[in-house]
Design a protein around this ligand. Structure first.
Ligand code: DAT
Ligand code: MG
Length: 138
């Protein structure tokens, strides 16, 4: 099914110079990059984006990490892009992410604090709609 997803290259991905590699993986799979913007995240945007995590004990760690430098946000489109991008990212924990996935190939295991795992992707059509609205107002 033709659909759109929201993706982000987190501060660790930008700092380590992985923007081109990450965008290249989307293009390799013939997904279209529909919109793209580098920006600093505000507290308000972060709390809207991670509304389900705001009450977690590790949220302050996430906030410190996510506001530590610019992120690259975007909209990608293509057939089944939402699930495909989640597969391409790999699972949340870099220790468990399989080689071949972005997290499995590039993310560092964390010794403490927030998990830093290079990329974000919407996890469902509802999340994609919600996140595209939050970040791009459309
Ligand atoms: P994902 O990014 O795979 O969708 P998520 O939505 O559950 O994972 O969590 C968002 C981010 O928050 C995740 O990429 C890393 C961080 N995070 C999640 N669970 C965590 C935990 N138990 N400890 C530290 N950071 C965590
Ligand atoms: Mg998530």
């Amino acid at each position: 099914m033709q659909e759109q997803t929201f993706f982000m290259i987190k501060p660790d991905g930008v700092k380590r110079g992985l923007v081109g590699k990450v965008l290249g993986r989307l293009e390799n799979r013939d997904f279209r990059i529909e919109d793209l913007q580098m920006r600093m995240i505000t507290r308000e945007l972060l709390e809207a984006h991670y509304a389900d995590l705001v009450d977690k004990s590790f949220f302050e760690g996430i906030a410190t990490f996510m506001m530590s430098g610019p992120v690259v946000t975007g909209i990608a489109s293509g057939p089944d892009v939402i699930k495909s991008w989640r597969t391409m990212m790999g699972v949340t924990d870099p220790v468990l992410a399989l080689p071949g996935t972005i997290r499995g190939d590039f993310a560092r295991a964390q010794e403490n604090g927030a998990i830093q795992n290079i990329v974000h992707g919407s996890d469902s059509p509802e999340s994609a709609r919600r996140e595209i609205q939050i970040w791009f107002g459309k």
